[in-house]
Design a binder for this molecule. Structure first.
Ligand SMILES: CC(C)(COP(=O)(O)OP(=O)(O)OC[C@H]1O[C@@H](n2cnc3c(N)ncnc32)[C@H](O)[C@@H]1OP(=O)(O)O)[C@@H](O)C(=O)NCCC(=O)NCCS
Length: 264
């Protein structure tokens, strides 16, 4: 199991607590009746969620609805298939989060993650490279970085704090598995419209300063991520972003960089 490799490096009782929390999450995902406990387990999520929603792990019964949401939010991309979602779940079950609309029992948002050793990659690697072409087959159970491969929320349920709550859940996983940090690539869907007159780094700086709003990066910044640098070619068909994105990260204050990556 991924979590046992990660925590056993540090040993002790935290390791068993971490294992039992992740195991509890996974068990709850398999048992919808137990799903309500998940928000309490994942520190930080409960406060951000309106009462009609809960955060839980993905289940096979979610696959069709998730594909449909994907089709809506990424009209220029091929939506995840059930087989791909099952692959993600098989590779790293405790890293696949869903926001559920409780009255309809439907998933309305997701945050998909995997663990990577970022030293194996380059900072401007594309999404295809970081996810092994969307399979998550490059998930490394000993990786120190949780890579946020995707987060999206149904347009009918946006602006309810769901991305924020989903990000809190992934942050909770970083803490529970004692990882160094979380890294992601933020689309910049406001950028293509001004790309002719504004370099990408200036655009990102203005969004960070708050003098400009980007529909995605502004949300990520409010959700606690920090910008590392803008990169080109992260996604291949992201017309609105001119294929630009910002590498973003959240560093776990409780976990210093692994010894081999300390500055010398
Ligand atoms: C980006 C996305 C996930 C945000 O989801 P969401 O559930 O609406 O976001 P939240 O409600 O948690 O918003 C978090 C914060 O960002 C702000 N925010 C949300 N959407 C915003 C927007 N379009 N412009 C500016 N700020 C925005 C919110 O006001 C909130 O701040 P607050 O706490 O001060 O209220 C959603 O818009 C989406 O699915 N977009 C399409 C898919 C996509 O591009 N995903 C990102 C891949 S990198």
């Amino acid at each position: 199991m991924a979590e046992s490799v990660a925590v056993s490096d540090r040993g002790d009782t935290t390791a068993s607590r971490s294992r039992s929390v992740c195991s509890a999450l996974w068990q709850a995902a398999l048992n919808p009746a137990a799903v309500v406990a998940i928000v309490e387990v994942q520190k930080g999520s409960a406060m951000a969620l309106p009462t009609d929603y809960r955060i839980r792990l993905m289940q096979p019964t979610d696959y069709a609805a998730i594909s449909e949401i994907c089709r809506e939010v990424y009209p220029h991309d091929t939506p995840y298939t059930a087989a791909e979602l099952a692959e993600h779940q098989a590779v790293y079950p405790q890293g696949q989060f869903v926001a559920e609309h409780v009255p309809s029992r439907q998933p309305v948002g997701v945050h998909f993650t995997l663990r990577l050793r970022m030293a194996d990659f380059h900072i401007d690697d594309a999404w295809d490279v970081l996810t092994a072409h969307g399979t998550f087959a490059d998930h490394d159970a000993s990786g120190h970085t949780l890579y946020g491969a995707d987060v999206f929320v149904s347009p009918h349920h946006q602006h309810h704090g769901l991305a924020h709550a989903l990000t809190d859940a992934t942050r909770g996983l970083v803490v529970e598995e004692q990882l160094w940090r979380m890294v992601g690539g933020s689309r910049l869907p406001g950028y293509a419209a001004v790309a002719g007159v504004l370099p990408a780094d200036e655009y990102v700086r203005e969004v960070v300063e708050g003098s400009r709003t980007d529909p995605v990066l502004s949300a990520h910044l409010k959700d606690g991520w920090q910008v590392v640098k803008p990169i080109h070619g992260y996604l291949q068909h992201d017309i609105e972003s001119g294929n630009w994105a910002a590498v973003i990260q959240w560093v776990n204050p409780a976990c210093p960089p692994p010894p081999e990556l300390q500055l010398r």
